[in-house]
Write a protein that binds this ligand. Sequence first.
Ligand SMILES: *Cc1c(COP(=O)(O)O)cnc(C)c1O
Length: 220
Amino acid sequence: MMVRENLQKILQELPPKVQLIAVSKTKPLEDIIEAYEAGQKVFGENKVQEMVDKHESLPKDIQWHMIGHLQTNKVKYIAPFVSLIHSVDSEKLLMEIEKQGKKIKRKISCLLQIHIAQEEHKFGFSINELSALLESDTFKSFEYIQINGVMGMASYVENEIQIRQEFRSLKNDFDQLKSRYFLKDANFKEISMGMSGDYSIAIEEGSTMIRIGGSIFGSR
Ligand SMILES: *Cc1c(COP(=O)(O)O)cnc(C)c1O
């Protein structure tokens, strides 16, 4: 097992304002414990059941981030403990998060997922959809949702120029949203972008959160 060494290698190159989310999906508890003992306290999962099981089995000071597409009927299972939902991609999902947060009187932190890839199948809002949402009365009525920033995934391609352009467009979207809707909101500061294959580019383009699985835990 090389988890500790892999972590240290990534952390060494990381600018202080960039946070590492260790993506532990499909990986066993032992791997997470090894990372935890090496000092990593923030983990990302993409399936609700797996995240709930791991949360129950592991130390309670771990912060769990939901990074995968989230179905509305499953929000209730993670609402009590999830630290950040990166993958908010619809108004319907936001309404459900608000509903579940209200039930347990817990404000839930979210990122707005923006579709930046040329690939069709990826989830996320367009910038126009987001503008309409953020100006809506529904959005303004939310009391149990805190928007911490944006998230995006670049196309899964070799072409670094394309990847860089996609990250740059996410940074642009973030800046636009910040100046139009969140100027006085200090919570709106995160740009979650960058995975094992492209995080160096993402950091150069302004990422504040990288989501790394394979380069820490080995390929899945
Ligand atoms: C799996 C996953 C990651 C991590 O991918 P790696 O290539 O293993 O680093 C990051 N973000 C999301 C949304 C994922 O589903």
